[in-house]
Write a protein that binds this ligand. Structure first.
Ligand SMILES: CC(C)(COP(=O)(O)OP(=O)(O)OC[C@H]1O[C@@H](n2cnc3c(N)ncnc32)[C@H](O)[C@@H]1OP(=O)(O)O)[C@@H](O)C(=O)NCCC(=O)NCCS
Length: 198
């Protein structure tokens, strides 16, 4: 799959799913017209989720900018949504960036781990508070791993690592083959740097 084709043909990575409740939902890439819905998702995230998940600010302005600057050649933002038309609502938002950010790259340098712009990618996952711990994140992760492989990626790195006081996320990552490569102190806590082979 050519990543640059995804913006023009979002259906190629879209997939209907069922939530644990039996309710239908949809996995699909974020599109330019989703700014309002994405902003509502950001504004609805609890303090507890924002404490452990911080790839960017969570306001409408950020949602507007992300949607205006979408470029599937740089990476993907996979949504889980429920409802349709004007009632469609984001319930999960996984960021996959092709390549590795400078800040992460520098920490891994100290571990003698180098990255390949063509083969590595970076992950930052989140699920809406009301849907956490009900299997949605696992369904999204499984789908995103297939997409990343289809786009020629070989490894996934966690964006900014994961806080050690977030046992659910650490369990989630281990379940999908992520391994601890190092530890660092940030945000007042110890964090793991983790990488998975695809
Ligand atoms: C991390 C996150 C994306 C996972 O998505 P999810 O839909 O909650 O994940 P799932 O329900 O598919 O899986 C959660 C797993 O954690 C386990 N779990 C739940 N609470 C746990 C806890 N306190 N300690 C250890 N494991 C826990 C569940 O049993 C499940 O494991 P299993 O599939 O082996 O039974 C989601 O919880 C989230 O958005 N959390 C807040 C933001 C965040 O932490 N993002 C990552 C930052 S690095």
């Amino acid at each position: 799959m050519k990543p640059t084709d995804i913006d023009a043909n979002p259906e190629q990575i879209s997939k209907p799913i069922h939530l644990a409740s039996g309710e239908p939902a949809l996995l699909r890439p974020l599109q330019r017209g989703d700014a309002r819905m994405l902003g509502q998702y950001f504004l609805g995230l609890s303090e507890a989720t924002r404490r452990v998940y911080g790839p960017h600010a969570f306001d409408q302005e950020t949602a507007d900018r992300i949607c205006a600057e979408l470029d599937s050649g740089q990476g993907l933002r996979l949504l889980a949504t429920r409802g349709s038309g004007a009632a469609e609502e984001v319930i999960g938002y996984f960021i996959l960036v092709f390549g590795v950010h400078e800040g992460d790259r520098k920490r891994y340098q100290r571990l003698d781990i180098a990255f390949d712009a063509e083969g590595d990618c970076t992950l930052a996952p989140s699920v809406a508070d009301a849907y956490q711990s009900a299997g949605l994140g696992s369904v999204m992760m499984e789908h995103l791993r297939h997409i990343a492989r289809d786009c020629g990626r070989k490894r996934i790195v966690l964006w900014g690592g994961v806080r050690q006081d977030n046992p659910r996320a650490v369990h989630f990552y281990r379940k999908f083959g992520f391994e601890e490569k190092g530890e660092f102190y940030a945000g007042g806590v110890n964090n793991y740097d983790m990488i998975a082979q695809l």
